[in-house]
Design a protein around this ligand. Sequence first.
Ligand SMILES: C[S@@+](CC[C@H](N)C(=O)[O-])C[C@H]1O[C@@H](n2cnc3c(N)ncnc32)[C@H](O)[C@@H]1O
Length: 227
Amino acid sequence: MAVKAVPFHSKAYWESRFDKENHFEWLSTWSALHSHIEPYLDPNEPILHLGCGNSTMAFDVADSGYPYVVNVDYAQNVIQHMKSITDTQRYPHISWRAADCLQPIGKQLLEEDEAVVTDDNDATKNVEYTVVIDKSLIDCIACGDTDDLVHQKTLANNIMSVTRPQGVWISLSFSSEREYIAQQGNWVWRREIAVPIKADQSHDKPGAPEIFHWLTISRKVPSSSSS
Ligand SMILES: C[S@@+](CC[C@H](N)C(=O)[O-])C[C@H]1O[C@@H](n2cnc3c(N)ncnc32)[C@H](O)[C@@H]1O
């Protein structure tokens, strides 16, 4: 019998899914991740969260003391939905933006000026971030990739363009084998940590094999210091 693969790399798939789905949290929740991620966060620094979907992680991040979160997804309908459920009194610095991460991200963020909140500290005015997070965005990109991984390399390159020197890309994936490789002038990604995160298997049958996801943190460093 032919197996029909889910087209996770397709924008139409996500738009159709978001027409019916209000919330789904991929891979792991903030509670499983925060002890690894918080050492990289600064309460005054905006965080760029790419491929946000209808994850509520931005609210958890803000509740942990990091109020500036810019969430990005290419599905307009999920961005509209997340804007509509954001309590702007409680989360005045969380914004939701539509952009395709396989296209230059900073340019799209500058063009798209419909933030939830615009104030003098509006994090969306930044096109360079100290911290960029993707939670399973890279998995979607990998699903539609070519044999020579052109899409993963494009993603790695586009993320580097919106990351400050010495900034980090924090990525959670199903796989330990993703490509976090780019070079821009003298700048490259240097893998800082790759840790397995035990998946929540509370709904699995007893005796099910353990499942782990991979948290990889890469830093944008001069190539001379990358090894
Ligand atoms: C597996 S879901 C993860 C959603 C969320 N990060 C989570 O952990 O629950 C991947 C998300 O990436 C988005 N996505 C996929 N390709 C994208 C691209 N090229 N640009 C922006 N968003 C993309 C999808 O629309 C979807 O919301």
